[in-house]
Design a protein around this ligand. Structure first.
Ligand code: SAM
Length: 301
């Protein structure tokens, strides 16, 4: 039986329909339109400005893929900054690392975070209440500009995509990544969710990779297939030092033991899959010459 349908566009002329069982909540905040749906196939889901952010069925893939490669690239991460991350699931994964003493999460939208706290317990699993967590409601760029240099071992960018009318597009520029580099400690690592890595739409993924190369000597692009997005999803990780994909596999396995509890998506085999991008994507990355600037931002649809 068809229920009410929701459409999320991937590229001009291409997107996916999702069948909605129940509309749980809908709020227009000062920054974005936030909805929580019970989707027939994917379960409880967060949608911002018409774009699926996370679903009950597969959010573990996105959040494990976003968080652990960066956390494991650092020898002993103690201070972590999460940018965005409204659902609290990024926090949940960061907190599985016992070395972590403090996690600051800065999200621009208090109403979205409160909505997630109330309706997405299945995702945050109480992470907001962990004593190591400090929640800040602010624009991440303003917040970071004000914070001390060398403050964070890992900075995880789990913001919304750079939509033209959205709150996040100034978090995707070379000027912003220069600030991020200053705020990282010596061995610090950053990672940014980088939109689609599937060949139908790699604009953001490849331009971000090229932009980060202006700032950091070690940059790696990787991807994971997210069923609810219907796409390979891209991530870019950067540091002054070699990243996890550049380490020996015995060292990777040793570092994976640092994570508390069972992972559902990541193990050594999945690691190799994430960093093995297809030929056409590698060629697009190699050819990319765009640097995203404040004066010339990049927008996704
Ligand atoms: N999983 C996601 C996806 O599909 O891209 C992103 C997760 S999370 C819901 C994105 C969060 O980024 C939102 O809660 C939003 O309020 C926050 N955000 C957007 N722009 C921001 C900014 N400039 N500073 C801080 N947080 C921001």
């Amino acid at each position: 039986m068809w229920h009410k349908l929701f459409f999320d566009s991937v590229a001009t002329g291409f997107g996916y329909f999702y069948s909605i069982n129940k509309e749980v909540a809908s709020v227009q905040t000062p920054f974005q339109h936030a909805e929580i749906f019970e989707l027939e196939f994917f379960g409880r889901s967060l949608v911002l400005d018409g774009k699926i952010q996370s679903t009950e069925k597969d959010e573990f893939i996105y959040h494990e893929a976003l968080v652990h490669p960066a956390m494991l690239s650092h020898p002993f991460p103690q201070t972590v900054l999460v940018i965005g991350g409204g659902e609290g699931a990024t926090l949940r994964e960061v907190l599985r690392h016992e070395s972590v003493k403090q996690v600051v999460m800065v999200d621009i939208d208090e109403q979205v975070v409160n909505l997630c706290r109330e309706h997405l317990g299945i995702m945050h699993q109480g992470s907001f209440d962990d004593s190591r967590v400090q929640l800040v409601f602010d624009d991440a760029r303003k917040f970071l500009e004000r914070s001390r240099d060398n403050e964070y071992d890992v900075i995880i960018m789990d913001s919304t995509d750079p939509l033209e009318e959205g709150p996040a597009y100034l978090l995707f520029t070379v000027e912003f990544y220069s600030i991020v580099a200053r705020k990282l400690s010596d061995q610090g690592v950053m990672v940014v969710q980088s939109n689609s890595a599937a060949v139908v739409e790699t604009d953001c993924f490849t331009a971000l990779n090229r932009t980060l190369r202006e700032v950091f000597p070690h940059v790696v692009a990787y991807s994971a297939f997210i069923p609810a997005f219907g796409l390979d999803w891209g991530f870019n990780m950067a540091s002054r030092y070699p990243l996890i994909n550049e380490l020996e596999s015995t060292e990777v396995m040793n570092r994976m033991k640092r994570i508390k509890g069972d992972l559902r998506y990541l193990d050594e085999v999945t690691f190799n899959r994430m960093f093995a991008l297809p030929k056409d994507t590698r060629e697009l990355l190699a050819r990319e010459d765009r640097i995203i600037r404040d004066s010339q931002p990049l927008y996704v649809r």
